[in-house]
Structures are given as structure tokens and as C-alpha cells.
Design a binder for this molecule. Structure first.
Ligand SMILES: Nc1nc2c(ncn2[C@@H]2O[C@H](COP(=O)(O)OP(=O)(O)OP(=O)(O)O)[C@@H](O)[C@H]2O)c(=O)[nH]1
Length: 366
């Protein structure tokens, strides 16, 4: 390792506080195992400084467990909402539209005796485009890395081919699988019981837990069950960190969520959101340039990339009305995230068929 801050490795036997290296953006995107791998990356090229801080971790209590869990399930199964409920803060975007989660958004559940790192993935589905294939590969890679998988099946929908496809897939990986019947608040108890039996019959699960992320029912029980499958380990993340997603990715997700609010079915698959620039006029190294009217606010420039001009028109709306709404909603979320006033600049661009173009995908970070 060339980065001098990463050379002070953990010394468990000394009894002193250990130096913890916060993972880089590359490691975050590469999957849980990458945290253990050596990197010779140039520290200058490591992305936002906020993602590479040196943090003191207190002594590890006896019996401490830590590890990774992955929530899988067909689109709309409630994975993002459950991630948020487990972590207790909004970390993954949610929406009524399927397949809105494009990144492995992670949240960290902190307990006195355990740390559960959640990896939220896009739904496994039969791929139709190059993007679909890459997303599926990404999901499988993640699944072989984690300590426990939570297979989410909604209580209010019949167990179908989509659930069976995923159940077969995860059963072959050799990772313990906890079956989770989500949205338990949406059905009467008798139907919930029937769904538990149907899900039980889907495979050989380590446990089966009904849960309602919205009503907050059984969320703690699920956390306990998932933690019981983690190995003894010191904390993997600094205590108190809710998510390790780079801030830019979370900002992009917030804009994406606002843009997809109440739009037609085709758009979610065709929309990519990229944060082009974040300028902080209050930063010590700021060069003095400023957008007129932005004042001391954090300036965030974001591109919304669609595949067709017709989609561009949907996003912009009559006289720019929809884009304005998107901006207002997204800015509210971003201001909550960064804890200060934000000047948000949205651009809508068309990149024809970006989902099937390897170069365009690479540019967009897939
Ligand atoms: N009533 C109820 N609704 C829920 C619950 N959990 C999720 N939902 C709703 O179900 C829809 C889908 O939830 P998400 O969490 O976005 O689902 P997801 O599995 O992450 O979806 P993708 O990102 O498409 O894979 C949203 O409209 C949620 O509000 C729950 O416990 N109760």
C-alpha cells in the first residue's frame, strides 16, 4: 500500500485503539471482499476525501460479530424500504416503480455487540439489455461475498416465477439464506400465514421472518436473525456511520427518485443520473468562481440522461414545469443529506440507446 494512512494496520493484541481505514470509492463499488484486498491506488485518485478518513475504533467487546448481508428479491419486493427501516435513516431510494435501485447502496446497522453491513441490490431479473446482464452479474458477485442473504418476498403478492427464479439462484450459492416475507401490514393474518407456508416451500431456508418496514413490525427481530449468521469480527465500519455510499451517488439517487415520481413505466429503465460537479464556495481550496445567485450554497450540477428526445420532453414538462418540480423535491432531499443550503443545477441530455452501448455504460459508471 502506498497510502501512508493505510499502513497503520490493526493491532488486536496490543489493547490500544486500532486505526481503521475507511474504504475508498473503488472498494465500495467493488464489493465487500474488496475491503480486505490490498490496493496500490494513487491516493490522489481516490475520490472524495470524505470517503477516506482515518478513524479510531475502540476496543472490540467480547463476542462482537460483524459482517455483510444482502437483500435480494424481485423488483418492488420492498428491499430498499427494509434497508432504510433496518438502518433507521433514509439511505436507499424507494419508489412505487420497479427497478429503481441501480447501485449497491449499503447501510450499516450498529448494535453494541454487532455490526450488520447491508448491501441493497437491484432486483435479479431476466436480463433484456446489456445493462440488465451487468446488473445481474453484479448481484451474483455480491451474493457469493456476503455472510447471509435475505430473500424478500412480498406478503401481498402470490409467489410467482420471479420469486422461484431468485430462490433457485440463491440456493445454489452456499450462503445461508433467511427468507423474509415483507409488507406484512398489507394482508390479514391468515393470508400472512399462508404466504409464510408458500415461501417456506420455496427452498431450504435458515430462518423465515415476516416483517413490515412501514409499520416497523419485526424489523428488530430480522436484524437479530441476520446478525446471528455473522462471524465473530471486529467492527468493519466506524461506529456511527450510517452509509458508506459516496455522497455523489446518494445525491444522484435523490435526483433519480424525484425524477421518477409519478412517471410512465418505460422511463425508469431509460434514465441515468450523473453528478457532474459539486462546488463548495466555503471550501478552503475554492478558486473563487461562483454561479451568479448561488451565494455560499453548495453548488451541485447534475445531468439526467435519457435515451430518446420524447423522454427528454417528459422530464422537462410543459414550459419546464416538471423539471422545476424535480429540482425542488431533489434539492430538499440533498439539503437534508448535506445539512446546508444547496444550489441545484439540473441538465437533461439524450444519449441514444445508452443501455446497450458499452462505452456509454462505462461513462455512466456501470
Ligand atoms: N405497506 C407497505 N408497503 C411497503 C413496505 N415495504 C415497501 N413497501 C412499498 O413497496 C414499494 C416498493 O418498495 P421498495 O423498497 O422500493 O422495493 P425494492 O424491492 O427496493 O424495489 P426495486 O428497487 O425496484 O428493486 C414502495 O411503494 C414501498 O413504499 C411495507 O412494509 N409495507
Amino acid at each position: 500500500m502506498t497510502d501512508e494512512t493505510t499502513d497503520k494496520t490493526t493491532d488486536d493484541t496490543s489493547g490500544r485503539a486500532a486505526v481503521f481505514r475507511f474504504p475508498s470509492d473503488e472498494e465500495l463499488m467493488a464489493g465487500p471482499n474488496a475491503l480486505e484486498a490490498d490496493t496500490d491506488d494513487d491516493p490522489e485518485a481516490q475520490g472524495p476525501a470524505s470517503a477516506r478518513a482515518e478513524i479510531l475504533v475502540p476496543e472490540v467487546p467480547e463476542g462482537y460479530r460483524a459482517g455483510f448481508a444482502c437483500l435480494v428479491g424481485r423488483p418492488n419486493a420492498g428491499k430498499s424500504t427494509l434497508t432504510n427501516a433496518l438502518v433507521g435513516t433514509k439511505v436507499a431510494i424507494t419508489s412505487g416503480r420497479p427497478q429503481t435501485t441501480r447501485h449497491n447502496v449499503r447501510g450499516v446497522v450498529h448494535r453494541d455487540d454487532a455490526q450488520l453491513v447491508l448491501v441493497d441490490t437491484p432486483g435479479l431479473h431476466r436480463p433484456r439489455t446489456l445493462l440488465g446482464k451487468r446488473l445481474n452479474n453484479l448481484v451474483r458477485e455480491t451474493l457469493t461475498d456476503v455472510d447471509v442473504i435475505a430473500l424478500c418476498v412480498p406478503a401481498d403478492e402470490k409467489v410467482g416465477p420471479g420469486d422461484r427464479y431468485i430462490a433457485r439462484d440463491v440456493a445454489e450459492l452456499g450462503t445461508p439464506v433467511v427468507a423474509v416475507v415483507t409488507k406484512s401490514d398489507t394482508v390479514p393474518r391468515a393470508r400472512l400465514a399462508a404466504q409464510l407456508l408458500a415461501v417456506d416451500a420455496l427452498g431450504d431456508w435458515a430462518d423465515i421472518v415476516p416483517v413490515s418496514a412501514v409499520a416497523g413490525e419485526q424489523v428488530d427481530v430480522l436484524a437479530e436473525v441476520l446478525i446471528s449468521h455473522l462471524p465473530p469480527s471486529p467492527p468493519l465500519y466506524p461506529t456511527g456511520e450510517v452509509t458508506d455510499e459516496p455522497q455523489a451517488v446518494m445525491i444522484a439517487e435523490l435526483v433519480r427518485e424525484a425524477a421518477l415520481e409519478g412517471v410512465r413505466d418505460e422511463l425508469p429503465h431509460s434514465l441515468a443520473v450523473v453528478v457532474d460537479e459539486i462546488v463548495d464556495p466555503q471550501a478552503a481550496d475554492h478558486d473563487g468562481s461562483a454561479v451568479k445567485g448561488a451565494g455560499q450554497r453548495l453548488q451541485v450540477r447534475v445531468s439526467l440522461v435519457v435515451e430518446r428526445d420524447s423522454q427528454k420532453a417528459i422530464i422537462i414538462g410543459r414550459g419546464g414545469a416538471r423539471l422545476k418540480e424535480i429540482g425542488v423535491a431533489a434539492r430538499r432531499g440533498i439539503e437534508e443529506l448535506v445539512g446546508r443550503k444547496v444550489y441545484l443545477d439540473l441538465h437533461v441530455r439524450t444519449a441514444k440507446d445508452w443501455q446497450s452501448d458499452p462505452k456509454a455504460l462505462a461513462r455512466l459508471g456501470f
